[in-house]
Design a protein around this ligand. Structure first.
Ligand code: ZN
Length: 100
């Protein structure tokens, strides 16, 4: 599967990266191991699977009274049918999973 850059036409490189997701007007939510397509020219796009379940998981996590969104990180794991039945889960944001 190949994708091309909308800006320069070069082939995009696929990698997994952390992504700061703009969920609302507050601080962004950290998503781990998100598929990222990037180009040498600086263009990139990210693939965020299953937005509905993602939003429900974030809402639930933020309802906990003592949670700080800066401490939250979410990780997507594929299910037995791949992305289709994959699930989002909340993990500790301080786990070492820094993007290169
Ligand atoms: Zn490009």
């Amino acid at each position: 599967m190949q994708r091309r850059c909308f800006d320069c036409g070069a082939t995009l490189a696929r990698s997994l990266a952390d992504h700061a997701y703009r969920y609302d007007h507050g601080a962004p939510i950290q998503l781990r191991a998100i598929v990222r397509w990037s180009c040498a020219c600086g263009y990139y796009e990210v693939e965020i699977p299953r937005m509905g379940p993602l939003h429900r998981t974030i809402e639930q996590a933020l309802q906990a009274p003592d949670v700080k969104r800066e401490d939250l990180a979410l990780l997507f794991e594929e299910g037995s049918r791949g992305i289709e039945d994959g699930t989002w889960s909340v993990i500790e944001a301080r786990q070492p999973s820094e993007a290169p």
